[in-house]
Ligand binder design. Structure first.
Ligand SMILES: Cc1cc2nc3c(=O)[nH]c(=O)nc-3n(C[C@H](O)[C@H](O)[C@H](O)COP(=O)(O)OP(=O)(O)OC[C@H]3O[C@@H](n4cnc5c(N)ncnc54)[C@H](O)[C@@H]3O)c2cc1C
Length: 394
């Protein structure tokens, strides 16, 4: 029986992104008292798509959220990689049922606000008073073993455990771990979501499509059971470095970046007229091995911000949350549980972070052919998607 449950102060989760919410759900389900502190005044994830691979969807199902997730998500039946310049198909892979059979849970694609709202609803159901919005953490007082959170609004909160889920620019990380800025990778992502109505029929097909060309990658897939299309376009070797989901982009800028891509690939850009288009500079970090100090623990992007080329950032945060909740439930001594968490998570997160960086390099290299995507890709997919609730804690 964890000693944490007997301590007067609650567990404090800093950040109500996908990672913080997952951590709150995991700990609440283990019977811990949890308070969640979020800097935003109101919840409102950006309207973008996100892929949830089986390693993550299995965990959400284990928390009893499988049916709700299935009701809101799309499942791509195939994944196509095409040469963006020539239009040639480089690779076509079955996803849908094949992945579900291989890995025991679907590969989903979902609107971030829908997923976020599902997790917020679950936290509220488990602990109606858990959320403290408009609480921006600015400092931590006291020793690592007895931290007191200090917020910009003047509030203070002693915590038996602080779960730092405050993203790639984590204040907890900077104050108590390493104060080193995340590294701008030279990659940016343009993104937008289009209503399916009015788009040509081919976009409706349950297919995840990736167009590749030197320095550039265009991805689109349907969301919301085909009611919307998620479009993300990655470009590397760029010197614009502002991070934030709300940076507006000009359509002309996107079109110019993809000059030389075939008409079939770039046709989708024409449909953005009158719709919002955003851009986001992509940061990552060198992996770190220290995620725990006293009663402070890093989770999600605060621990391992990674490039999105394997679609694993949120999945890793959900895995972190599952493991953290699990080990806290298993060990009497919080220090033993936290050491166990770090031991179980660091190597996997390091591997995925480095693989994500490598995938970005491979996708953006000149000259695309099938050999680049066969080789060890199947093995990588197995290592990414196979872990699940039992094996992550086994
Ligand atoms: C273009 C793009 C596409 C992606 N696609 C995928 C994908 O398909 N699949 C996937 O798994 N991952 C994907 N990712 C990665 C994924 O979005 C992140 O890894 C994930 O959102 C990290 O969650 P988090 O909760 O750790 O951090 P965040 O989502 O950054 O949440 C941090 C939260 O903490 C709050 N906060 C920050 N500072 C403070 C403070 N001082 N005080 C209080 N609150 C604070 C923030 O407001 C926010 O709510 C993608 C990322 C990008 C950029």
């Amino acid at each position: 029986m964890s000693r944490l449950r007997d301590e007067a102060a609650p567990v404090a989760v800093v950040g109500a992104g996908l990672g913080g919410l997952a951590a709150a759900i995991g700990l609440l389900k283990q019977g811990f008292r949890v308070q969640v502190f979020e800097q935003a005044e109101a919840f409102g994830e950006v309207g973008a798509g996100i892929s949830l691979s089986p390693n993550a969807s299995k965990i959400l199902a284990a928390w009893g959220l499988g049916d709700a997730l299935a009701a809101m998500a799309s499942i791509p039946r195939t994944g196509n990689i095409l040469n963006g310049i020539t239009g040639e198909v480089i690779q076509s892979q079955p996803l849908g049922e094949v992945l579900e059979q291989l890995f025991g849970s679907p590969y989903y694609q979902v609107l971030r606000p829908d997923l976020h709202a599902l997790l917020v609803g679950e936290v509220r159901r488990l602990a109606p008073e858990a959320f403290h919005l408009d609480h921006r953490l600015v400092d931590i007082e006291g020793p690592d073993e007895a931290p007191v959170l200090v917020f910009a609004n003047g509030a203070r909160q002693a915590a038996s455990l602080v779960i730092a889920a405050d993203g790639s620019r984590s204040v907890v990380r900077a104050k108590r771990f390493v104060d080193e800025p995340a590294r701008f990778t030279g990659h940016i992502a343009f993104r937008g979501v289009l209503p399916m109505e009015g788009l040509p029929e081919r976009y409706r097909e349950p297919r995840s499509v990736v167009w590749l060309g030197e320095r550039r990658q265009l991805v689109h897939y349907p969301l919301n059971h085909g009611r919307a299309l998620n479009v993300v376009a990655f470009v590397s070797d760029v010197d614009w470095d502002r991070e934030g989901w709300h940076e507006r982009a000009e359509l002309s800028e996107l079109t110019a970046q993809f000059a030389g891509f075939c008409d079939e690939a770039t046709e989708i850009f024409g449909h953005f007229a009158g719709h919002e288009l955003f851009k986001w500079a992509l940061y990552d970090r060198e992996p770190v091995d220290e995620w725990v100090r006293g009663r402070l623990v890093l989770l999600g992007d605060a621990a391992h911000p990674m490039l999105p080329y394997l679609g694993q950032g949120a999945a890793m945060a959900i895995e972190d949350a599952w493991v953290l909740a699990g080990v806290l439930g298993q060990h009497d001594e919080p220090a033993d549980a936290l050491a166990d968490y770090q031991a179980r998570r660091v190597a996997r997160a390091r591997w995925v972070l480095l693989e994500s960086r490598e995938a970005g390099r491979r996708f953006h290299e000149p000259g695309q052919d099938e050999t680049r995507f066969s080789g060890d890709a199947a093995m990588r997919t197995r290592e990414l998607f196979a872990p699940g609730p039992a094996s992550l804690l086994g």
